[in-house]
Design a protein around this ligand. Structure first.
Ligand code: HEM
Length: 212
């Protein structure tokens, strides 16, 4: 893998781990989000997080050129792990969306989830049909959706800055009001950003595309 890809991998793990760790204790009291159902919402959340982390890790490995070329059977195996984790994690996300109190945030999760599932299924179908050009494109799109979870956290400082600029450095709804507004909109911002980046990349002439 190119050095820049390793950096992106380590950065993504570093950004996500602090969010993931509180859920590894399997104790609902350590949850960062409000848990209204310990019987359904909490298990769905933990399963979503663990499988999403697995999808993110296997997703990064799928872009390893040497691994793809020298160990095609491992690429196929990791690909199956990637697709199954997303199908399950994305399925459990639908339960989580039902517990999200903010309509705008719930809608952003729903859009992201459906795109996550759709692009992954398309990538898998293309591989099954041995259309490897389409497989590559759809899997790049799918992975861009996976990484939206990372971008959504990474854009928060930028959104805070935008909020302050738009409010001329005043806090009309206090500091908590600002954080709430930012967290109600970060998924949309990250989704649009990742979408633009990936489509711009795929539209680039082939020789300018990164060879991993
Ligand atoms: C890309 C599609 C994804 C969707 C649609 C999605 C959706 C969700 C939803 C609905 C929640 C509940 C949060 C809330 O209600 O405020 C959540 C939480 C969480 N997700 Fe995902 N997720 C996705 C990908 C990922 C990935 C790839 C990871 C990587 C590990 C991840 C890690 C987490 C974590 C750590 C939480 C707990 C959040 C917190 O404590 O602040 N998600 N996700």
């Amino acid at each position: 893998m190119k050095k820049s890809w390793w950096i992106l991998f380590l950065l993504s793990v570093a950004i996500m781990l602090p969010f993931v760790i509180p859920y590894l204790s399997l104790n609902p009291a350590s949850s960062r989000i409000v848990i209204s159902s310990r019987a359904l919402q909490y298990p769905a959340l933990v399963i979503h997080i663990i499988l999403a982390l697995l999808a993110m890790t296997t997703g990064f490995l799928q872009f390893h050129k040497t691994l793809r070329k020298n160990k095609p059977s491992l690429h196929v195996l990791l690909g199956k792990v990637y697709v199954s984790s997303i199908l399950l994690s994305g399925g459990f996300t639908l339960i989580l969306i039902g517990y999200e109190p903010d309509y705008g945030r719930a809608l952003s999760f729903l859009f992201l989830d459906l795109l996550w599932l759709f692009t992954t299924v398309k990538g898998f179908q293309a591989a099954m049909n041995k259309d490897f050009e389409a497989h590559k494109k759809w899997m790049i799109r799918s992975f861009a959706m996976t990484l939206t979870a990372v971008s959504a956290r990474a854009v928060v400082p930028l959104l805070i800055l935008t909020y302050l600029l738009l409010h001329r450095f005043s806090l009309p709804d206090g500091r908590m009001g600002m954080i709430e507004e930012v967290l109600d909109n970060n998924i949309w911002a990250a989704l649009i950003l990742n979408f633009i980046i990936v489509e711009w990349y795929l539209l680039k002439p082939r020789r300018e595309q990164l060879s991993l």
